[in-house]
Design a protein around this ligand. Structure first.
Ligand code: ATP
Length: 330
């Protein structure tokens, strides 16, 4: 769904993060003040925080940069540009991954990317929600098709974690790490999450929809729905980072597209060293939850198949596959 043209133009005016009076906004958009008020109400419904001060007018709490397909594509490397089949930007969507699943069922090609300003039902693993307020974060998904069976894609989500770390580092963010299987952490707080959904026949073909959420800014209220420590890029790099949202999306696609495009059985081996280097939970006391059962122990990294290794008190090593477990650091 796209927001109305008037609201879009209003957002472009408010994007500087400065005060604008109702009269000024109405004049700039050629509409009545009550029409402006109606649009501001619509903005509230998107969870956007709007500041209204009598005598001064309205402002967004901070500057924002709306997602812009041309600006993103302009930043892509030559290979990424070749692999990109299309980049759709939605103002409001239930879930970028859900949308690409529908597009995949309708025959969409490898390399279709969907990003959104706002997700009403952002998805995490095992039916969990991804908190996705309007305008200040990244929510994107991409579709890739494979001739292989789904089993060949084991480890893809680990490789994608490495790709996201590379992009975040290129953006200037240090101290980022990976929590198995594919959460991205900054100083032990969750900064980004990856969701890989693979569908297909046992003997192939299959397709993967890769979803990624990266936090630029979450208000305290929005963060209350997360239920675990989280981080956002604004608190790492400062407020001016909001004007670099298209840049990060471009950097992410430059890293993600080559990984999905070249992935096949055995590819994980090429990412293991880097993954282990960024493992930020190895050596920690954790609880691994499989269904209703909890296993306590100390994390011992991953094996060469990308399975999680947990050392029990009695020294026994147990392996876990990503589909089935949830990991909580004690
Ligand atoms: P966990 O982080 O507990 O291992 P998971 O990896 O199984 O969870 P994900 O699919 O990565 O789950 O993401 C869903 C979880 O991430 C939610 O249950 C919530 O705790 C957290 N979360 C939701 N939205 C955000 C967000 N915007 N930023 C950081 N964390 C979030």
């Amino acid at each position: 769904m796209q927001i109305s043209d008037t609201l879009k133009r209003l957002l472009i005016l408010l994007a500087d993060g400065k005060f604008h009076s109702g009269t000024e906004l109405a004049a700039a958009l050629g509409v009545s003040r009550s029409a402006i008020w109606k649009q501001l109400q619509a903005l509230n419904e998107l969870d956007a925080e709007l500041i209204a001060v009598s005598g001064k007018g309205y402002k967004l709490p901070r500057a924002m940069q709306m997602l812009d397909a041309a600006a993103i594509v302009g930043r892509l490397s030559q290979p990424a540009r070749q692999w990109l089949a299309g980049l759709e930007i939605h103002d409001v969507i239930a879930s970028t991954s859900g949308y690409l699943q529908e597009r995949a069922a309708a025959g969409a090609a490898s390399g279709l990317v969907c990003a959104a300003e706002y997700q009403t039902a952002g998805k995490g693993r095992r039916g969990r929600a991804w908190v996705s307020p309007f305008g200040h974060n990244l929510y994107l998904s991409l579709l890739w098709r494979y001739q292989d069976s789904p089993a060949a894609l084991a480890g893809l989500s680990l490789a994608l974690g490495v790709a996201v770390i590379r992009a975040l580092k290129a953006f200037g963010i240090d101290e980022v790490g990976l929590k198995w299987p594919n959460d991205i952490y900054w100083r032990q707080r969750k900064l980004a999450g990856i969701l890989v959904e693979v569908s297909g026949e046992n003997g192939g073909p299959c397709h993967a929809v890769v979803g990624l959420g990266v936090n630029f800014y979450l208000s305290e209220q929005q963060g209350q729905n997360i239920g675990q420590p989280y981080a956002d890029i604004q608190s790492i790099l400062g407020e001016s980072v909001h004007l670099r949202r298209n840049e990060l999306l471009g950097l992410l696609l430059n890293q993600l597209l080559p990984v999905v495009a070249s992935y096949q059985a055995g590819s994980l081996a090429g990412y293991l060293d880097e993954w282990r280097q960024y493992d930020c939970v190895a050596g920690r006391q954790v609880q691994v939850q499989v269904g209703e059962t909890r296993h306590s122990g100390i994390l011992h990294g991953i094996n060469d198949e990308g399975l999680l290794l947990l050392r029990h008190e009695d020294g026994r090593l147990q392996t876990f596959a990503s589909g089935e477990v949830s990991l909580r650091t004690a």
